[in-house]
Structure formats: structure tokens, C-alpha cells
Design a protein around this ligand. Structure first.
Ligand code: COA
Length: 295
């Protein structure tokens, strides 16, 4: 396979993934056992950029996507190489292309790496920042015990009037305005979208989205651990079927709480930043990320 790849001139060039190629992109997702659906790819096509490498039959065999976040940093994700084309430098080439584009624009590239991806990115100047773990459950196991927050904290479904405050709250916690992205996620798991309030002050929120194999919950962002649990409890009550949630390693009490409800660790990720390490966001409030492809 290696000789065929290197003699194939099409593989020497990467160019933008087209909407008509989403079927190929979904095949790569399926092969890797990932959770994204066509709506997720459209986020990258419409808010960012996807590079694709094709074989001589014009089938997409490798991808890498970029999302820009408010002029400071950018996410690189959806780094997928079809199994027959691995270990031939395709991921390295796509990463180099994404990184050089971003650095030329003065942006710091960030990735949330799988263990296999991390081996590629470490050699390209990315440094570990902090880890998180995907927890999964085949279904929600309610424990029947209602969680209490302090009396004046109200958990309620997100409505239109909340949206601009919620996006500003997220921007402080995440480190950049990503309201366009959050707007694209909103409504994909309407039963799992909640915010916590004390009067007109927002204390946290949770969103979710449908996926190929499971409903993904996240981001889950909150000032306090107890608020995060109360949000999560409401979100879980509003979902059915398999669930994924990507919890920061530092949130050990949240991880224990999930395990008590039948969640098990599925796979680790490492947040990695390219070049000189910049700090952004408020890790303390980041209970669960939106997902490794989104930050
Ligand atoms: C991870 C992945 C993208 C790597 O793609 P690739 O095109 O095979 O990577 P490259 O050929 O550019 O690898 C460059 C180097 O990284 C390291 N590397 C890549 N894959 C590795 C693996 N599975 N195990 C150990 N080292 C690996 C090697 O040092 C390799 O150099 P070498 O082949 O000369 O030894 C691919 O295996 C894949 O699609 N995996 C499933 C999805 C995934 O995890 N994506 C990463 C998301 S963060």
C-alpha cells in the first residue's frame, strides 16, 4: 500500500473538503469509531476549514479541520487517516499545513489529542497542557436522589433571553467568544440544555448534541462543582440512550459521581498547545469540554 500511495500524485496535494464529499468524511469517522455526524462536519465547513487528501479514485483518505476562535487561538481537529493509508506521513503533512496557516495569521494552534494523535503532534511542537477523559454510559441510571443546590440557585431550560449572557459567560470560561459555534449546537439535544442562575447572574450551563453512537453532553461549565452536578442531573434526565461526556481530569468528584451512575472511562485525551505555551480560559470552571473536535 505504501508504494501505491507514494506513487499517487493526487496524494501530494491537500485541498478543501467539499460538501459532496461528506459521505467519505463520515466513512473515516465510522472507521475510527468516532461520534460525529454530517452536521458536525458542516460546522467545520461553514465556520472553519477542512483540508482533505484524496486517492487516485478521488476518495477522501485523510482530513484535518480548523476552527478559529476570536483571533487568539484556533482548534485543529478531525485528524483522520484511513487505515490503509496510515504511517505514510499524511497526518503529519496535514498538521504542518494547518499549523503554518494558523501561525501565519498570528494564531496559536490547539489540539485535543487521542493517544495516537499525540505521538504525531509531539513531534510537531505541540506541548501537553491538561488531560480529560471520555466517560460513556449505555443508558442513564437515575439514582432517585434529587440533588440540592443552595436555595437561591435556579436550574432551568435555556431560553432565547438567556443566550447572550450565556455566550459571554462561556467566553470567559473558554477563553474566546464561540457564540457562533454554541448557536450551531443549540437545539441538537433540546432536552439536555440547562443553565443555572442566581437572579440574573448565570452560574453555569450545559449543552448537548446528537452523535453517531451516543448523545454527547458538553460543554458543562459552572462556577461550582455542586452547580455542575445539578446541571448534569437535569441534562441526564432529559436524554435517553447512550451518552458521552468528556470530563477534565482535575474534576475527580464529578468523575466519581458519573461512575456511581454507571458511566465508565472510555478513552483519554490531552489538550496540547503549539509553540510557546499560552494560557487561556478558566480550567476551574471547565467541568466537561464541548468535545475534542471543538474545544
Ligand atoms: C493518529 C493518525 C491520525 C495518524 O495518522 P498517520 O498519517 O498514520 O500519521 P503519520 O504517518 O503522519 O505519523 C507520523 C509519526 O507519528 C507516530 N505515529 C503515528 N501513528 C502512530 C501510532 N498509531 N502508534 C505509534 N506512533 C504513531 C510515528 O512516530 C509516525 O512516524 P513513523 O511512521 O515514521 O514512525 C491515524 O492513526 C488515525 O487516523 N487514527 C485514528 C483517529 C485518531 O486518533 N486521530 C487523531 C486525533 S487527535
Amino acid at each position: 500500500m505504501s508504494a501505491m500511495v507514494h506513487s499517487d500524485p493526487e496524494l501530494l496535494h491537500e485541498s478543501a473538503l467539499q460538501e459532496t464529499e461528506l459521505g467519505d468524511a463520515e466513512t473515516l469517522v465510522r472507521e475510527a469509531g468516532w461520534n460525529q455526524v454530517a452536521d458536525d462536519w458542516r460546522i467545520f465547513l461553514e465556520l472553519g476549514m477542512v483540508y482533505a487528501v484524496r486517492n487516485s479514485a478521488r476518495r477522501v483518505v485523510a482530513t484535518a479541520a480548523v476552527l478559529l476562535y476570536s483571533g487568539r487561538f484556533a482548534w485543529i481537529s478531525m485528524v483522520l487517516v484511513a487505515s490503509d493509508y496510515r504511517r505514510q506521513g499524511l497526518a503529519t503533512r496535514l498538521l504542518r499545513r494547518c499549523v503554518s496557516d494558523l501561525v501565519a495569521r498570528g494564531l496559536v494552534p490547539v489540539v485535543d489529542a487521542t493517544p495516537a494523535g499525540r505521538t504525531v503532534y509531539t513531534g510537531l511542537g505541540f506541548q501537553d497542557r491538561w488531560g480529560f477523559q471520555r466517560y460513556s454510559a449505555p443508558f442513564v441510571r437515575p439514582d432517585g436522589v434529587a440533588l440540592s443546590t443552595s436555595g437561591d440557585v435556579l436550574i432551568r431550560p435555556i431560553n432565547d433571553d438567556d443566550w447572550s449572557l450565556l455566550c459571554r459567560y462561556d467566553a470567559h470560561a473558554f477563553g474566546a467568544d464561540r457564540s457562533t459555534l454554541l448557536t450551531r449546537l443549540r437545539g441538537r439535544a433540546s432536552g439536555a440544555e440547562f443553565a443555572a442562575w442566581r437572579g440574573r447572574r448565570i452560574l453555569g450551563f450545559v449543552l448537548g448534541r446528537n452523535g453517531r453512537s451516543a448523545m454527547q453532553l458538553g460543554p458543562l461549565t459552572a462556577d461550582e462543582h455542586t452547580t455542575a452536578l445539578a446541571l448534569l442531573e437535569r441534562a441526564l434526565a432529559g436524554t435517553h440512550g447512550p451518552i458521552y461526556i468528556d470530563v477534565a481530569d482535575s474534576k475527580s468528584a464529578l468523575r466519581r459521581w458519573l461512575q456511581d451512575r454507571g458511566f465508565a472511562p472510555q478513552r483519554p485525551f490531552m489538550r496540547m498547545v503549539h509553540g510557546s505555551v499560552v494560557e487561556f480560559g478558566d480550567v476551574a470552571r471547565t467541568m466537561a469540554v464541548a468535545g475534542p473536535e471543538l474545544g
